[in-house]
Write a new protein. Sequence first.
Length: 114
Amino acid sequence: VQLVESGGGLVQPGGSLRLSCAASGLTFASYAMSWYRQAPGKEREWVARINSAGGNTNYADSVKGRYTISRDNSKNTVYLQMNNLKPEDTAVYYCKAMWTSAYWGQGTQVTVSS
């Protein structure tokens, strides 16, 4: 099983980024998918979740209204659209696949700074 995140980078406050997580080696459409993040010196925190079919999403209060999680089961990919980014959004972002087992990606760095 492999989860590969991409799309991170440096962005100014108020800017946007779209993260992708491409999955292989698993029956992607059976897995709920989540995004987590970990800032320097802090514990990893849950950001957003989408169910296997894509019809149900949940968000942490800190990102609600700014982030959107989505998935394309035909491409085995989950996305995280991040708008109105703030410096406190700076972190390594990880995707996680959850069903009978759980799998993590290696992470992608997001830095929000002027």
